[in-house]
Ligand binder design. Structure first.
Ligand code: GLN
Length: 289
């Protein structure tokens, strides 16, 4: 089979699992051949070797069974960087790049780009590492309840040359961070899918770790617990940023309001125009003890 045939035929077959079959075929062929997509254009008549052919067929089979491309290739792009991912962590989502943008904006406006930042439930470390890379003077802490995730995040920090700026700690939500307080900013993309909405196989999301998605009956169980931990952690004027499900942003804002009555809350929208982010400025300034 030639490169052109592989892309055309497999691309067509992969359309059955949604997304772009052609792009998926291209990503998988890059993965098995180690060649770039540019080379596929200039050398589209090249015959695949028997080994490439077999590896490509196997990768396509996994994708046809619904497995996310990122788990097959072992890498995902996020905020212009490359991250290693596997079944121990959620695949970074494009909409979470917005969360990074919003955090950078808040920190720059507050003049605290050299401070301490916490990323709760860091997973692959994507948010923490993107922030560390953008803010060379910041010290970024990531926590996760999953030992596997902490392992993946540390490797990703090394891979992205920010290992010195990042500290990844195992534990429940913000619990491991008490001795490093106060924090100038805290970001979180906690599991927020209401239990009844967590997709099952063969939906690609069904391949991802359920504990990284399931936010309890209303999707806010983990945020509720995290907000209770915050008063002891935040510096005056701290910025807080959460990503959550569109239907849960309003209730989440009310939870923050009652914990931090003076905070300045803003709701942000994702690429689809749905409410997806809650940011809070001056969070700990007005807090009532
Ligand atoms: N946005 C993810 C999804 O829709 C959920 C991520 C999360 O729970 N933090 O699958």
């Amino acid at each position: 089979m030639t490169v052109a045939e592989a892309l055309r035929e497999t691309g067509r077959r992969l359309e059955a699992v949604g997304g772009s079959g052609r792009l998926d075929a291209t990503l998988l062929l890059e993965y098995v051949t180690g060649a770039t997509r540019e080379s596929f254009i200039t050398a589209d008549a090249r015959e695949l070797t028997a080994a490439e052919d077999a590896a490509f067929a196997q990768a396509a089979q996994r994708r046809l069974a619904g497995e996310p491309i990122a788990y097959i290739t072992g890498i995902a792009g996020f905020y212009g960087r490359t991250f290693a991912v596997d079944e121990r962590v959620l695949v970074p989502r494009p909409e979470t790049e917005h969360l990074v943008d919003a955090a950078l904006k808040l920190l720059r406006a507050a003049g605290t780009t050299g401070g301490r930042i916490a990323d709760i439930g860091t997973g692959s470390g994507a948010i923490a590492i993107a922030l560390a890379a953008e803010l060379p003077d910041a010290w970024v802490f990531g926590t996760d309840i999953s030992h596997g995730a902490i392992d993946v995040a540390r490797r990703n920090a090394a891979r992205n040359n920010v290992f010195q700026q990042c500290t990844f700690l195992h534990g429940d939500l913000a619990q491991p961070l008490a001795k490093f307080a106060p924090f100038d900013a805290l970001v979180a993309n906690l599991p927020y899918v209401p239990t009844a909405d967590v997709p099952a196989l063969p939906d690609p999301v069904g391949f991802e770790p359920r504990p990284a998605l399931d936010g309890g009956a209303d999707g806010l169980d983990l945020y509720r617990r995290l907000i209770a931990q915050l008063p002891a952690l935040l510096a005056p004027q701290a910025s807080v940023l959460f990503e959550a499900a569109p239907g849960t942003i309003e209730p989440l804002a009310r939870l923050m309001e009652s914990a931090f009555p003076g905070a300045d809350l803003t709701i942000g929208e994702d690429y689809a125009g749905l409410p997806r982010y809650l940011s809070s400025r001056g969070t700990a300034t007005q807090r009532q003890r």
